[in-house]
Design a protein around this ligand. Sequence first.
Ligand SMILES: Nc1nc2c(ncn2[C@@H]2O[C@H](COP(=O)(O)OP(=O)(O)O)[C@@H](O)[C@H]2O)c(=O)[nH]1
Ligand SMILES: [Mg+2]
Length: 371
Amino acid sequence: MSPSKPRYVMIGGFLGAGKTTAVARLARRLVDRGLKVGLISNDQSSGLVDTALLRSKGFPVEEIPGGCFCCRFNSLLEAADNLDRTTRPDVFIAEPVGSCTDLVATVSYPLRRIYGNRFEVAPMSVLVDPIRAARILGLKQGPQFSEKVIYVYRKQLEEANVIVVNKCDTIDEALRAMLVAALEKTFPKAKVLCCSAKDGTGVDAWFDTIDRTTPDGGPAMELNYDLYAEGEALLGWLNCSVRLAANSPFDANQLLLGLACRMRDEIAGRGHEIAHLKMTLDSEDGIGSLSVVSLVRSDAEPDLRESLLDRVDGGALTINLRAEADPEFLKNVVERSISALGGGVRAQMEHMEHFRPARPQPVHRDAGGPA
Ligand SMILES: Nc1nc2c(ncn2[C@@H]2O[C@H](COP(=O)(O)OP(=O)(O)O)[C@@H](O)[C@H]2O)c(=O)[nH]1
Ligand SMILES: [Mg+2]
């Protein structure tokens, strides 16, 4: 890897696939090898669990809120400039919005064309959650998104240079082999790899590919922007911040797990599919540690991915919820769940945004491939 020209790495994939977990693992590996990293998180709105999570691990992170990379291409460059001023990264690692596609044509190719002397653009990786992918590829039954959302999901895979079946620690060998075969057959352009971003199994082969190979050019995939916009807009988006306080200390980890189950039961009970519900509770004790819970399907259990060791008497709760449901309904679910918090915990809503993502309008689109 040339230290004079930083690498630009994008780790894509649908909501909940494990992108942030993988970004943190790749960043750790690079830092352990003496390289400097700069991370870029992105979302349709502000107040991001991902940014808080990555910063809590000590990495420099720039956040691009209010729209995806392709629509905020110049903000992506500003984020890289800011990281250059503070850190001068050898490797930029960017996590695009999980409902976004066409990133090769709208981000990778324009970066190569306009900023090819500044960045070495790495292959585009797209992660999948194995259960979600198995349902979408028809290998498994279970709760499902509607057709237009699945269109966006499949398009993400179609443009990938590398498809990574993540969370292999959670599935058996038979399903893993079936998934790999189905992905290779359906998306023949991509190299298909398997790993667990959580425990590190299998990540080396993937990270070596990111570090050492250059993606092919060629025309960008075809994409029907009307269908893409409709699919994305079927997803309800909610970000909120809530201040919690209590007279006696409480267990923040259990509080988040309980909240996640309550919201899931209400959303699933109405037949809606959750894409990703994630929450952090920051006790603001100055140490920077967080409690973080994620839930990635309506029929899944919440995952306590980071835990606070001590009981707390309050803190800042951030909720990011993405589900195929009316945003107004999601807001009601969140408000009801917050007001039902027991154990003498008082809650004050400080910020609430709920909406459907707007039609994507990329700044650049290099349909013909890199110059
Ligand atoms: N078991 C397991 N869980 C994982 C793995 N990678 C991510 N997860 C979990 O999947 C959930 C979503 O992960 P996250 O990185 O936030 O996904 P993102 O939405 O794609 O950024 C979290 O509960 C993670 O702990 C993995 O390799 N194995
Ligand atoms: Mg993420």
